[in-house]
Design a protein around this ligand. Sequence first.
Ligand code: NAD
Ligand code: SER
Length: 318
Amino acid sequence: MDTILVIGAGGQIGTVLVQALQQKFGLSQVIASDLKASQSFTGIFEILDATKADDLMSLVRKYQVTQIYHLAAILSASGEANPVRTWELNMQTVLNVLEVARLENVNKVFIPSSIAVFGPSANPVHTSQQTYLDPTTVYGISKVAAENWMQYYHTKYNLDVRSIRYPGVISYQSMPGGGTTDYAVDIYHKAVQGQNYECFLSEDTRLPMIYMDDAIRATLELMDADAERITVRNSYNLAGLSFTPTEVAEAIQQFFPTFQTTYKPDFRQQIANSWPQSIDDSAARRDWGWKPAYDLPRMTEDMIHHLDHQYHADLTQV
Ligand code: NAD
Ligand code: SER
């Protein structure tokens, strides 16, 4: 029976992934961990600072962990405020996870990468799996390095480490943690609360995105795939949908016709300009059967349905 450790479980993706893993493996088989405890967690929770290798090792031994999902990182926009700290945290935690997994014979490891590995030299349309990687952010640099470390641990030690280059993840369950794609979550929250939205990217900035349900399903499908099918050991390109701020605003106006968006690009515009507009994920489709389920209208309907319920329920409790 597998025992799963999730590191960085209190973040945007971890909050939802822990629930999905609990459903799949059972409540007692999933250990959620983060720097701080969260009241919203049901199940086993442990405080863990993943920069501390000894603490990570103790936890893996205590629960005889067989799979690790390592989600702790500082994301693209937050990372630019303190590049050295971002590099240290993002790299130290990845190396600790890989090394502890190797020493403790952990069966499988998942460490996500990002569309932030791409930079100006990559073709921005339908960006291919194998292309020049020249990221402009310290976050992107750390993800390229992490991809190379994953490849190294697989080749040298046969560690079964798997990865996805997530696009911007859009969720109603949790808030994003300091990325360039965060606007695509914020805009829904504002619309559902009856407010207009000032967007920090320009109206025509097209970026690759993915709905949380698809992102979680992709993660579980990748981790379930037979090892022989995994031909990409740095990180798989993954496509969900691609849209501009104007397009998502128009989709929202189908539900809230008076909703308005204004545009005031800030430093995140330059980051977005260096990223792809759409992604070629043919390797993921070929190797483990990836296919996204959500397009913009379907995602918008689901986001608004759930956020409306959240805000409405909150109001009735006041
Ligand atoms: P997040 O910022 O929402 O959450 C990260 C979590 O890590 C936080 O709960 C934080 O407390 C925790 N953390 C930070 N430092 C830690 C440490 N030293 N030890 C233990 N925990 C620590 O991030 P997210 O959006 O959930 O992203 C999870 C992973 O997915 C990251 O690797 C990120 O790069 C990647 N990713 C996310 C997106 C996205 O759009 N959300 C897109 C591409 C890739
Ligand atoms: N959503 C993430 C960010 O904007 C992509 O890795 O940083």
